[in-house]
Design a protein around this ligand. Structure first.
Ligand code: HEC
Length: 165
């Protein structure tokens, strides 16, 4: 009986010890993964474009969109519209620390829908008024977000000389 009790106590002690070791290993694995996660997060932050970089891209497509529509080059206008949409959607996904991107839905998507309609209908007159509204939308947001010194206008010449419109 005494022998059995000693054996049982030893077994219990051994298994507790084993659990403690497993718990310690698990904890150090969790610490390692947390540290890795932090360093990946820092790396992502350092390589992701800022909202200003994405806006610069939008600025170029806004310009090209105007000359494509004005010259009734509807496939090119469609392409430029889609590029602006793509960048805005990308900004919504990656600029999670910028509240301004939450305004896209109300402040600029309706104007882009209107541009889309004018392209689908190949309607130059509608395109011209929709483009004016789009440009106003750019400025409305800049004003609302205290970036009103970035004034966007309807361009009077294309951004590059090496592309035909
Ligand atoms: C919902 C808000 C919003 C809308 C809509 C918007 N912008 Fe912006 N824009 C911003 C913010 C915020 C900044 C400042 C970004 C920063 O902190 O660098 C900015 C900055 C800019 C800049 C300055 C970039 C630079 O580095 O010189 C340009 C150019 C620009 N926007 C163009 C446009 C154009 C063109 C449109 C419309 C097709 C537009 N934006 C629509 C919010 C908006």
């Amino acid at each position: 009986m005494k022998f059995l009790l000693v054996t049982l106590s030893l077994l219990l002690l051994f298994s507790c010890n084993n659990d403690a070791i497993r718990l310690k290993t698990l904890q150090s694995e969790i610490n390692f993964l947390n540290a890795k996660n932090d360093s990946l997060e820092k790396e992502i932050q350092s390589i992701k474009p800022g909202l200003g970089d994405l806006m610069l891209e939008i600025q170029v497509h806004h310009n090209k969109l105007w000359f494509a529509g004005k010259n009734e080059d509807w496939p090119l206008a469609q392409f430029e519209h889609d590029e602006i949409m793509e960048i805005l959607t990308q900004a919504e996904k990656i600029e999670t620390d910028r509240n301004e991107v939450k305004l896209f839905r109300v402040m600029i998507y309706p104007q882009l829908d209107s541009i889309q309609l004018s392209i689908t209908q190949k309607n130059t007159e509608h395109f011209t008024s929709a483009f004016t509204n789009l440009t106003n939308a750019c400025n409305n947001c800049h004003t609302n977000t205290k970036f009103n010194f970035n004034k966007i206008v309807i361009p009077d010449h294309p951004p590059y000389s090496n592309q035909e419109f």
